[in-house]
Write a protein that binds this ligand. Structure first.
Ligand SMILES: [Zn+2]
Length: 370
């Protein structure tokens, strides 16, 4: 939509618009005020530095000085405009009648002032900040970006902010029950926040000396879809004790996750590993493992019962890890989807090697990249 309409009194007469980038293209000259409109790069009034009191008395249409496509000006006018007269006569005139005057927007290639350009012209420009690209990165949900933006501008309505605004309230962090609720506390010093940050960093945590750590994962390419599962056993140094992967055929993701942990527990039992740390990125599987009641899907009742019987003879620690921290098992599970039968490796297979190396050096696996 072109916002400049030379017949429109608002845009046509709006000095702000004219001063900020519009210019008349001379046609017949009947719509152009010789003195007050910008048709030469600036207004004649400005170019000749004519005082406002004199400018008010000057009202002449440009068409008055054009006859048959040529400039025709009185000698006294030429004398008055001497400093700019060369520019005036160099202005291209239409060779024949019929071409209307046109007000154009100089920064637009087609000369049309669009809503986008008008907004860009009118909006207040604030200084650029180095964190803007991070806060408004497209991989973030807008809601999260806005919260982060508010935090950086100290606009989150935490208790300390409300108190400063006159609200009478006593403050205590509702997450840890310690300390006043401030933005800084919520994001950094709160013990709850510290746990979140730790999980987000996804540093691989090694088990204790006599413990074997198991990371399992399931993968399904559909719901249901072709599925598989995998897992890795590691010692207190983070070294591989073994890896497994298996195809499951057509199944749901939860079924793949359950098979992964059941298979891992059976393997651990066969190997004689009695002190286990089981880690999965499935909150449901962690819930099933942690709760005493067997609320697994009904066709897993017996499998799960037998699995729990095995666990009863072991010393077991169970924890949840975010997907980014379970990349080795994730790689194995995805590899297992396309395989036939059960696979076992005594060392880390190539399909999971890069994720394993990141775990070894303690680097996080981020889900997004900037
Ligand atoms: Zn807290």
């Amino acid at each position: 939509m072109n916002l400049i309409n030379s017949d429109d009194p608002y845009w046509g007469m709006d000095g702000v618009v004219e001063e900020n980038g519009s210019q008349w293209i001379v046609g017949s000259g009947s719509k152009i005020d010789f003195w007050h409109h910008n048709w030469l790069g600036s207004t004649i009034i400005d170019l000749l530095n004519i005082s406002p009191s004199v400018a008010k008395t000057l009202q002449t249409k440009l068409s008055s000085f054009i006859i048959n496509g040529n400039w025709v000006c009185p000698i006294d006018l030429q004398a008055l405009c001497a400093p700019i007269w060369n520019d005036v006569v160099r202005t291209t005139l239409p060779c024949k009648v019929g071409l209307d005057d046109r007000l154009i927007w100089k920064s637009a290639k087609d000369g049309n002032l669009t809503v986008a350009l008008a907004y860009d012209l009118k909006r207040t420009r604030l200084p650029r900040v180095p964190w803007a690209r991070f806060v408004w990165h497209p991989s973030f949900r807008p809601r999260n970006s806005i919260i982060l933006w508010k935090y950086l501008h100290r606009r989150l309505l935490t208790d300390d902010v409300l108190q400063r605004r006159g609200f009478q309230l006593s403050s205590v962090c509702s997450l840890c029950r310690h300390g006043v609720e401030t933005s800084h506390h919520l994001f950094f010093t709160c013990s709850f926040a510290a746990a979140i940050w730790w999980n987000l960093l996804n540093m691989f945590q090694t088990p204790s000396v006599f413990q074997v750590k198991i990371n399992t994962d399931g993968a399904a390419r559909g719901s249901p879809g072709l599925a598989g599962f995998g897992g890795i056993f590691r010692d207190h140094l983070g070294c591989v004790l073994g890896c497994f992967a298996e195809s499951l055929g057509n199944a749901y993701a939860l079924e793949a996750e359950l098979h992964a942990v059941v298979h891992a527990i059976h393997l651990a039992s066969l190997k004689g590993w009695k002190s286990l740390w089981i880690e999965s990125d499935s909150t449901l599987v962690i819930h099933f493992l942690s709760s005493l009641n067997n609320k697994v899907p009904w066709h897993y009742f017996t499998i799960w019962f037998n699995c729990r019987a095995l666990l009863a003879s072991m010393l077991v620690k169970i924890s949840h890890v975010y997907r980014e921290g379970n990349q080795v098992a994730d790689c194995l599970a995805n590899f297992g989807v396309d395989q036939v039968g059960t696979l076992w490796w005594d060392s880390c297979p190539p399909c999971a090697l890069s994720a394993y190396c990141l775990d070894l050096v303690g680097l996080p696996n981020y889900r997004f990249c900037l």
